[in-house]
Design a protein around this ligand. Structure first.
Ligand SMILES: Nc1ncnc2c1ncn2[C@@H]1O[C@H](COP(=O)(O)OP(=O)(O)OP(=O)(O)O)[C@@H](O)[C@H]1O
Ligand SMILES: [Zn+2]
Length: 634
């Protein structure tokens, strides 16, 4: 088992009660108070201890004679190599992030161990089975990427609260407390010339003799006052939009914060984590603060960052579990929202949006854990015919909340489980090797410790145990443009990537391209070749052959880096599920959740599926339903 969190606790209990006698469990985390509402193997006195170890002890209390081996470690650690994975009959994932899931997928493929993968988001959940040579792997289908917003909406023309949140955490928070060298679009688009952005660069630096309140007030006036004035000069922008209103601190808080009621220098925040809410005596996170209160929180949280957390400044990124960061972002987003005539939100709501939080539902985790065990048993019995991927829906579909679907066959162009090369369009004269390694090899391809080869020349290798000279040489290469490497990379060159831990090799054909669209191709390079086109709305095939889309997390307004779990539901493509139980094909008394799929709204294909409702075949739908083929995979 990988992961001993929400799904993991349920899973370990159900495995133990179902007769599994030798279980290894990996989890890198310690128990937090916020886990206790659903991770029922843990109690308050366990807070701070290893999840894997406490989960083991809790289960041994009611199943003392089974073996449970806990590892308080990251599954990406080198000790969990292919040989380690080979000792298991089946691997069960109860993870919460794509990165770890992809890594485990690769190790399972390399070790040839079946993987049962799972995820939940609120009421939605899914369990999928991945067996090399039999079904698709976890990465055969591209995963939905987190929602992004056009830069100019965030910097200049927000119309929803989420735009203000993204501005507050990704631009302002990052500018004030994050890496000083990062690219940051703050202000760049709010003025009409470079001089504005130059001015903006300076304003964020604290003057030597400026006290923290003066500094906070200056930042406040700059971002909520001056920048809005500058933006207003661009008449074109506001022709068909409501004009924003500049906000200045003296209009709201003419007196210094220290002189105002509700704030005292000596309030007892010393031993607690610094919090602007507690120092200003604002207690309820569900209250929507006034503009003045938001302004006070803004100044106070900024002061607390500099006073109490100075060592963090310069390397912070927004973290939903960092109270002070949430307070700052809530206040900044609300002040901006007020300026743009957007309704203000409480800290609780703002935190949910900023952290992309979908509240976990314990029952969904329990259901999903049960389904994992059912699939694990089938895998152990080699009952391939009966493997199912199961989706847990929010609303019944044909009176069913659980929707079983036969597994899909592998995607022949999946770079993880097949050897199909990828294509990278890149400007080989301007892009550095570092850009390719960071943006493509690590971020897009999920390699953990990659090696990059051009022909037989190794140009980069990652790892802590490298020889010093070699490491220095690779560091030099990282800063070279592709065409300037010791083995130059140009159009037609093949880059060979290898991750020894994941035992993954992947070739990339390089195609030189001069120009990239900043908005649409922000990486400045485009990787293609493995994805099958998937539709934006995710669709689920239901058991009578109809297809419906389920509301999924990515349709939520929230923006975020990582969705807690990602139930990827099958997109249009591939094949239809085998009906699990026969129901009258015409019955459909629940409201359609969203539009029917393009493919299956086609009457002809619907009819075709109904006709096949009760046979055991798997139907493969090509892009054009007219040419749909039926294909047996076993
Ligand atoms: N790379 C990894 N190696 C080992 N364990 C991991 C890794 N990534 C995630 N996990 C574990 O997977 C579990 C996922 O559980 P869950 O989704 O309930 O998240 P959580 O962190 O417990 O809760 P929340 O995110 O809501 O605070 C966590 O316990 C986490 O430690
Ligand atoms: Zn694959």
């Amino acid at each position: 088992m990988v992961g001993a969190g929400g799904i993991g606790c349920e899973l370990l209990k159900t495995l133990a009660l179902s007769g599994f006698r030798d279980i290894h469990i990996i989890d890198m985390d310690t128990i937090e108070v916020s886990n206790l509402n659903r991770q029922f193997l843990f109690r308050q006195h366990h807070v701070g201890q290893s999840k894997a170890k406490v989960a083991r002890d809790a289960v041994l209390r009611f199943r003392p004679h089974i073996n449970i081996t806990p590892y308080h470690s990251n599954v990406k650690d080198p000790q969990f190599n292919v040989d380690f994975f080979k000792q298991f009959n089946v691997v069960l994932n109860g993870l919460d992030n794509l990165d770890a899931r992809r890594h485990v997928n690769r190790l399972c493929l390399a070790a040839e161990v079946p993987l049962v993968e799972s995820g939940t988001t609120g009421f939605l959940g899914q369990v999928t089975v991945h067996v090399k040579g039999k079904t698709e792997c976890y990465e055969c289908q591209p995963k939905p990427t987190p929602k992004t917003y056009p830069v100019c909406t965030i910097t200049s023309t927000p119309s929803k609260f989420v735009h203000c949140i993204v501005w507050a955490k990704d631009l302002l928070f990052a500018k004030l407390f994050g890496d000083k060298n990062q690219d940051n679009d703050l202000n760049v688009h709010s003025g009409d010339g470079n001089s504005q952005s130059e001015h903006a660069q300076d304003v964020f630096v604290r003057n030597p003799h400026e006290d923290l309140e003066q500094y906070g007030r200056r930042i406040y006036d700059h971002v909520f006052g001056y920048n809005i004035e500058v933006a207003l000069t661009n008449e074109e922008t506001w022709k068909n939009r409501q004009r924003p209103r500049p906000v200045y601190i003296n209009d709201l808080l003419p007196d210094k914060l220290v002189h105002r009621n509700g704030y005292s220098e000596d309030c007892k925040t010393e031993d607690l984590t610094p919090s602007a809410m507690s120092s200003l005596n604002l207690k309820n996170p569900q209250d929507v603060w006034s503009l003045a209160e938001n302004s006070r929180i803004f100044l106070e949280s900024l002061r607390l960052f500099f006073e109490k957390r100075e060592k963090d400044i310069g390397c912070l990124t927004f973290d939903k579990d960092d109270q002070l960061a949430v307070e700052f972002v809530t206040a900044a987003a609300n002040i901006r929202a007020s300026s743009f005539g957007i309704p203000l939100h409480s800290l609780f709501e703002a935190k949910g949006i900023a952290g992309n939080i979908v509240h976990a539902v314990a029952t969904t985790n329990a259901i999903i854990a049960g389904l994992i065990v059912i699939e694990a048993i089938k895998v152990l019995q080699n009952d391939f015919e009966n493997y199912r991927m199961t989706y847990c829906l929010e609303h019944p579909s044909r009176k069913m909340l659980l929707m079983p679907v036969q597994p899909f066959e592998a995607n022949k162009s999946c770079y993880v489980c097949s050897e199909t090369p990828l294509l990278l369009e890149v400007n080989t004269n301007t892009a550095k090797l570092r850009d390719v390694v960071e943006r493509i090899v690590k971020a897009k391809l999920g390699m953990n410790l990659p090696m990059v080869m051009v022909g037989s020349t190794l140009v980069f290798e990652d790892g802590d145990d490298l020889d010093k000279d070699l490491a220095a040489n690779y560091a030099l290469n990282l800063d070279k443009v592709l065409s300037g490497l010791p083995a130059p990379v140009r159009s037609g060159t093949v880059l060979c990537l290898e991750d020894l831990q994941q035992e993954l090799v992947c070739n990339i054909n390089i195609k030189h391209r001069e120009e990239f669209d900043e908005e649409k191709e922000p990486d400045g390079m485009v990787l293609s070749g493995w994805t099958t086109p998937s539709e934006k709305g995710k669709e689920v095939a239901v058991s009578n052959g109809e297809t419906k889309a389920v509301a999924s997390v990515s349709s939520s307004e929230a923006d975020g880096d990582e969705v807690e779990t990602t139930p990827a539901v099958p997109s249009k493509k591939r094949k239809m599920p085998k009906p699990e139980r026969s129901e009258t094909a015409t019955e459909n008394d629940d409201k359609p959740q969203t539009r029917p799929s393009r493919n299956l709204s086609d009457k002809k294909s619907l009819q075709e599926i109904k006709d096949n409702d009760d046979d055991d075949d798997i139907i493969v739908l090509d892009d054009n339903p007219e040419t749909s083929k039926r294909k047996r995979i076993h």
